[in-house]
Design a protein around this ligand. Structure first.
Ligand code: TRP
Length: 365
């Protein structure tokens, strides 16, 4: 029997989820869920974390909670198999964060590469960095450890968060005794999925750059986005040799195509290697490759879109699912917090022996 695994992951509700999320983590989650090789699986909407840099825009966060929940359901996460909840509804996470804050230095947070990049991206300066934003890696450690999570399927950008979580766990266990579980990150195994570029070929797919393909994009929007994707600027004429490096269409094919797609949609080629070979040799136009990619993406996204349309018909049911999930998650977090308080010697009222011993000591003074 394999080791009991507790799988946990989450997303900030700052927009609808896109195909970068899909290949980076969502597809893996559904796989893990369906394989069933775990003790428990938690997926949550990190609204409190989203507020650390959207404090002045609570309505945006609120509107996107249901969007992300719909995205979860439509990719195939099943509330019967996986507990889906909202971060802010688990107050135990705040308590755990508060205790963890004693175990992390300011300079360690300053060195966290993800925080560093995000501070830059948001244009925060030393004077304007909100404390809650600066310390969110600590609260993320609480998100993970409150559920005894062992396995965190996330994108590569989250690696520094998991590393910092492991440090906190080790320090906690060293000081207070073996209490918390050290998690491991589960990264996508395909390089293209680690950091899917935007349709403009720029570094990362992100809402602020306007280069996303959303899971919920209608077919005509998808088509328009694929047909105007960035390819190889040196590939001017069909007969010119094409380049694969930085060619977004081929990166997406790396992430989405499977051998059977060739038989189904483009039997002139056996596999992706043959297609790449022809493209680099010259004589293969971008439009043909884009049409092939579009067929594959449409095959992947059409069922997701259809399921979304179904779930959108009953929004109260989506909220009810989240409420139940949050209740269940809270029970688990409360159990962990009992263990944490005991380890930290702050469980005064549960410790009859402590009270008896102290009474004894005072009596003998
Ligand atoms: N930081 C993650 C993101 O930006 C969201 C997140 C919060 C998370 N807590 C987590 C992911 C715990 C995995 C585990 O999307």
């Amino acid at each position: 029997m394999s080791k009991p695994r507790i799988i946990l992951t989450g997303d900030r509700p700052t927009g609808r989820l896109h195909i970068g999320h899909y290949v980076g983590s969502l597809r893996r989650r559904v796989q893990l869920q369906d394989e069933g090789d775990y003790q428990q699986m938690y997926v949550f909407i990190a609204d409190a974390q989203a507020l650390t840099d959207n404090m002045d825009n609570p309505e945006k966060v609120r509107q996107n909670v249901v969007e992300v929940a719909l995205d979860y359901l439509s990719v195939g996460l099943d509330p019967e198999k996986c507990c889906i909840y909202i971060q802010s509804q688990i107050p135990e996470l705040c308590e755990l964060t508060f205790y963890f804050m004693d175990l992390v230095t300011v300079s360690r947070l300053q060195r966290n590469p993800t925080v560093k990049t995000e501070i830059q991206m948001r244009g925060f300066s030393g004077e304007s960095i909100p404390v809650g934003f600066f310390t969110y890696p600590i609260s993320q450690a609480a998100d993970i450890t409150a559920f005894d999570a062992t396995t965190i399927p996330v994108g590569e950008d989250q690696k520094p968060m998991i590393e910092q979580t492991c440090e906190i766990v080790r320090r906690f266990n060293y000081i207070y005794g073996d209490t918390l579980v050290e998690p491991t990150i589960l990264l996508p195994d395909n390089a293209a999925c680690l950091r899917l570029p935007g349709t403009d070929g720029k570094a990362k797919m992100s809402k602020s750059l306007g280069n996303c393909i959303y899971l919920s994009d209608p077919a005509d929007v998808l088509k328009k986005k694929v047909m105007s994707m960035y390819t190889d600027p040196l590939h001017v004429h069909v007969e010119d040799p094409g380049h694969l490096e930085g060619n977004t269409v081929f990166t997406y094919l790396d992430a989405f195509s499977r051998p059977e797609h060739f038989g189904m949609y483009w039997p002139e080629y056996q596999n992706l290697d043959e297609l790449k070979e022809h493209y680099t040799r010259g004589g293969l136009g971008d439009m043909k490759v884009k049409k092939f990619l579009l067929k594959i993406l449409e095959e992947t996204l059409a069922p997701i879109r259809e399921r979304r349309a179904e779930y959108q018909k009953d929004i109260p049911a989506v909220y009810e699912m989240l409420r139940k999930g949050s209740e269940q998650a809270r029970e688990k977090a409360a159990q962990t917090l009992d263990r944490v308080r005991k380890a930290m010697k702050i469980d005064y009222f549960n410790d009859a022996e402590l009270i008896r011993q102290q009474q004894e000591a005072f009596r003998n003074m």
